[in-house]
Design a protein around this ligand. Sequence first.
Ligand SMILES: Cc1ncc(C[n+]2csc(CCOP(=O)(O)OP(=O)(O)O)c2C)c(N)n1
Ligand code: SF4
Length: 249
Amino acid sequence: MSSEEIIYQKATSMSQGETHYCPGCTHGTVHKLIAECLDEINMVDDAIVIAPVGCAVLIYDYFQIDGVEAAHGRAPAVATGVKRVHPDKMVISYQGDGDLLAIGMAETIHAANRGENITVIFVNNAIYGMTGGQMAPTTMVGQKTTTTPSGRQPDDVGLPIRACELLNTLERPVYIERVSCHNSPNILKAKKAIKKALLNQKEGKGYSFVEVLATCPTNWGLSPKKSYDWLEETMIPYYPLGNFRDKEV
Ligand SMILES: Cc1ncc(C[n+]2csc(CCOP(=O)(O)OP(=O)(O)O)c2C)c(N)n1
Ligand code: SF4
């Protein structure tokens, strides 16, 4: 018998090798959580990820699962089609804030309103990461971006949109939760929410939405450490963490 005990190993649903994400970016953390959950609920061979347009555009390269690339914002519509054709598959729509709440707002609302049996993972980093830091629907008031160089002004561009609260006005979603990835206790809570959202789909319960507050140190112009602090101090007061809907409770 070996005296060695495995205390940690990479999830089998993750690919080997490195990602292209910047230091301190939480996209990689969210990927890891999804992969661990797929392993734990035995859905690795049946999972299909719908990739967004945004920094996570290559997500299918980082998982050992099938993937479909959607046009910008259309991931929930593509996920709907894939799930209806393959109801036994685990279909995950993975999207950033530009993808999900700007160009893809209509697809987001209508998939939730139909109550599609899919899981939507919404990575809210308050900016357009991939294209160089333009304002997103979730950019904070006063936050400087390349398209709001003096800071976001509500009189010009409105207030940041709270996705969970918006979707919570609809009847059909079964699960809506906002979590964060800026420190270990919150990463553990994020994993629990992602697992629940995936299990809901496996059990045929319907539409589940998890918003993950995330960092973009590169376009925020902050170090990784300072970006975690900024998320906690600036984003969480406006985007409160917690469960908004759990039809089982
Ligand atoms: C139809 C279309 N319009 C605009 C773009 C340019 N574009 C690419 S990614 C992106 C936004 C990315 O931001 P987000 O969804 O927040 O994801 P992140 O990169 O921050 O993860 C935009 C506007 C595009 N690729 N296609
Ligand atoms: S630009 Fe921002 S969102 Fe994109 S990989 Fe870098 S830190 Fe992450």
